[in-house]
Design a protein around this ligand. Sequence first.
Ligand SMILES: NC(=O)c1ccc[n+]([C@@H]2O[C@H](COP(=O)([O-])OP(=O)(O)OC[C@H]3O[C@@H](n4cnc5c(N)ncnc54)[C@H](OP(=O)(O)O)[C@@H]3O)[C@@H](O)[C@H]2O)c1
Length: 261
Amino acid sequence: MSGVDERGSQVAVPTLRADGKVVVITGASRGLGRAMALGFAEGGADVVVSSRRLAGCEAVADEVRALGRKALAVACHVGDWNQCADLVTATVAEFGRIDVLVNNAGIAPVPPSLSGITEELYAKTMDVNFKGPLRLIGLAAEHMGPGSAVINISSVASIRPSPFTVVYAAAKAAQNALTVAAARELGPRDIRVNGIICGTFHTDSFHRSAPTEEARENLAKNLSLGRIGYPEEIVGTALYLASDASSYLTGQLVRLDGGGS
Ligand SMILES: NC(=O)c1ccc[n+]([C@@H]2O[C@H](COP(=O)([O-])OP(=O)(O)OC[C@H]3O[C@@H](n4cnc5c(N)ncnc54)[C@H](OP(=O)(O)O)[C@@H]3O)[C@@H](O)[C@H]2O)c1
């Protein structure tokens, strides 16, 4: 579709479709990552489905293929420098390029107290939430052309840290800084980098942290929409940030949190 702007020139009305794009998603075997894998496939993209465990990736890859798109399942622990390189190499060998990278894999282990934070918990949390996205952006950008996009999946913890989540919050805050810095470096090549600051969504990790209905309802009542989000509700924002509909938007952190305070 197209229209005419105030100067009389033709302007294209963008769509959120992702037809023919090659999309790499980490942590795509379940939760928000799986929802985005299926959403991008519905939107016409081919999807590289990655997480540590290949079996889970294969299952989602089969779901992508059932939607009529190509899929590649790749096992990758994003905290491992070399496995990140292997993920990009495997993607380029199969599809020849990367159009969209979604840095979605994340973990939020909860220490008992500040003094109870172990070096292992610190390293693991920083590696998965920050080192992996940092490494993958650098690698993927080598295979991205103009119009490509990176989406970093962040958390409200990064801007509103709470007790017991300080390492996770700091790792996601570092990821936010990466979003802004990478947007500045890659902008001249027309590669856009944005983040989604997620509130709470019904996924395995959220249900582990709020195991009872009562705990979830307590969280929900502080939100403007009064409910926890469903994984499918990240798809529209992800498609928007990946598409030409957001062609002038980069280095931004979009809050997707049901109107959290
Ligand atoms: N759900 C929420 O309420 C919420 C809120 C704020 C932010 N977020 C963020 O949203 C993202 C997705 O969260 P989610 O709730 O969908 O998580 P989830 O349901 O726990 O799923 C996590 C995914 O990441 C993969 N994964 C875990 N560690 C990995 C590693 N080291 N390397 C590669 N993949 C790994 C898991 O598969 P394997 O086990 O096979 O590796 C799985 O596919 C995370 O970055 C999280 O911080 C979520």
